[in-house]
Design a protein around this ligand. Sequence first.
Ligand SMILES: [Mn+2]
Length: 340
Amino acid sequence: MPLTLTFQKFLKGLSGKHVLLLVHKAADVDCIASAAVLKNSLNDVQFTIGVPGYLNQHALRLSESMKIKHALNPVISDFAAVIVLDFNTPEMLGLQALELEKFKKPIFIIDHHSKTKDSLDFPNKSIIDPNAVSTTQIVFQILQELKIKVSAGNAVLLSAGIITDSNDLAIADSKTLQTLASLLKICGKTVSEVQAVYEVPQDVSERIASLKSAKRVMLFKAGDFLIALSQVSHFASNAANSLISLGADLVIVGFSDNNGNAKLNARASESFLKKTGIDLEKDILSKLERKFEGTSGGHEGAAGFSGIAKIDELFQESMILIEDFLGSKGFREKIKELKD
Ligand SMILES: [Mn+2]
C-alpha cells in the first residue's frame, strides 16, 4: 500500500478538527519546515505547530523569515489528534514526553530516524523511512502522492530541511539530489539562497570577536587532536564555534576581568566527541568547581563555566583535566604547545 494511503485515512476523520503538529525538543530546520509545509498544504484541518522547549538558532531564524507561527510547550491533551514529526521516541520531547505517552487520541508519526526499542509504535499510523535524508523529503513525497501542488514557499522550506539534515549535502545521495533538484526548480533558488533563509547573520562585533580569538589562539597538540585556548571578553561562544570551524577539536574561549570574574566557553567537534566519548560538562567544566568558586553548565559538546578565578589558572586546570581525560581513554600522548 502506498505510504500515503495510511496518512490519508488518518486525516479523513479530522476535517475541521484541531490537530497538533508536534516537533522534537530543540526544534531544528527539518522539523519546523515539515510542520509548516503540512500546515500550509492540508487545508481541511486546523493545525497548530507545537514546539517543546525551544527552537535552535537556525530554526528560529527560519520561523522568522518564513513567518511560521508556532506555540511553545503546547498542552498536548487540548488537541483532537497529534502528528509527530521528525522523531519517534517520547524522550525527544524532553519534559513533555509523559504528556504524549498519556495521550489516548489518534497519533500519526512521520519521521526518517530508525526505530529503536523505545520507539512509539502505531501500526498503520506511521510513515518512518530511515532511507530518507530528512523528514521534509518524506513530506514532499506525501504531497506528490496526494497530488497537492507545492508552492514556491513550500519548496524553499522542503529544500531547507534536506540541505540541513544532509549536512549541507555532504551525505546527499542521488535520490536526495533529485528531490532537491525538483524543489529548487519550483522555487527558482540556488542552494545558498535557500541557506540564507535560515542562516543567522552575525553583526560586526560578533565577527570581530571571532577574528580576535583566532589571532590570540594558543594551540596544543595531543596526537592528532588540536586543542585551542583563546581570550575574548564578549561573544565567546561565537568565537569558540568559529575556532571549531577553523579545525580545532576542542576549544576553550574565556576571559577574566580585573575583579576576578571569569567565564569559560568550551566546544568540541563532532569527530572529537565520537572518538573520545568526552562530555565537556561532566568530564572537564564541572570538575573546575572543585578547585574554583563558580558553577558550570552545559552538555557533551558545549559547556560553560563562570566563577571567580584568573583566566590563566582556569586554562591551566582545564588542560590538566583534558590531559587526564585523554590519558584515561587511552590517548596517552602528552599535550604539547605548538609555537610558530
Ligand atoms: Mn530530521
